[in-house]
Unconditional design. Structure first.
Length: 187
C-alpha cells in the first residue's frame, strides 16, 4: 500500500468565483499547478479530483478522476472519499486548488507536525479553522463513507466526531494569509 497520497480537490462549482478556480491564474501559473506541485514534492502520488467536464483540461500525465457515482457533486467530503477509494494509501494529504499560496514548505511542515494517532490533522488560525488543508488517516474512509451515505456533507461536522488535531497555522508559516482560499477573482 502506498504510504502517502496527495488529494488535490479541483472539482468545486466555483459559484462565487465565476469560473473553475483550478484554471485561474496567479502570476503565470494556474491555481491547480501550484497546489499540485505543493503536494507532488512531498507525496508518493497525487490524484486530482475534478468534475467530469473539467477532466480533459488537465494534462494527460496527471492522475485525474471524478467523484464516485453515488456521491458525485456532493462537495469536498465526496472528493476525499473518491480519492481514498481510487488510490489506497496509509494517509492522505488534502489540499484544495483554491489555496494557491500553500507550497512545499507548508505541506512538508504539516506532515511533520501531524500526529499519526489522530484521524485527521488540520490547520487553524486565530480567525478560523482551515479543514481542507489537512492530513487524513486511511481509517477515516469508513466514517467518511457512512456520513456521506447518511447525507451528512459538512466537513466540520465529520471532524467533530473523530479525533481531529488542530495545528496553529503560525507553526507552519507566520503569515496566516498563506492559508487563505481564493473565492473571488481579483478585481
Amino acid at each position: 500500500m502506498t504510504e502517502l497520497v496527495g488529494i488535490l480537490l479541483a472539482g468545486g462549482m466555483s459559484r462565487r468565483f465565476g469560473s473553475p478556480k483550478a484554471f485561474a491564474e496567479i502570476g503565470k501559473e494556474l491555481f491547480y499547478e501550484r497546489a499540485y506541485r505543493a503536494l507532488d514534492q512531498v507525496c508518493d502520488h497525487v490524484v486530482i479530483i475534478a468534475r467530469p467536464e473539467l477532466v480533459a483540461h488537465f494534462p494527460t500525465e496527471y492522475d485525474v478522476i471524478t467523484d464516485l457515482d453515488w456521491v458525485a457533486g456532493q462537495g469536498p467530503l465526496a472528493g476525499i472519499l473518491s480519492g481514498m477509494t481510487a488510490r489506497p494509501a496509509k494517509k492522505y494529504l488534502v489540499l484544495p486548488c483554491d489555496m494557491p499560496f500553500v507550497g512545499k514548505a507548508e505541506t512538508a511542515k504539516l506532515l511533520d507536525l501531524a500526529d499519526p494517532l489522530s484521524d485527521i490533522t488540520a490547520v487553524h488560525n486565530a480567525a478560523e479553522k482551515i479543514p481542507l488543508f489537512s492530513v487524513w488517516n486511511f481509517r477515516m474512509k469508513e466514517p467518511l463513507q457512512n456520513d456521506l451515505a447518511a447525507g451528512q456533507l459538512r466537513v466540520m461536522k465529520l471532524m467533530e466526531k473523530v479525533t481531529t488535531e488542530w495545528i496553529d497555522s503560525s507553526r507552519i508559516h507566520e503569515d496566516s494569509h498563506v492559508f487563505r482560499n481564493i473565492n473571488q477573482p481579483d478585481r
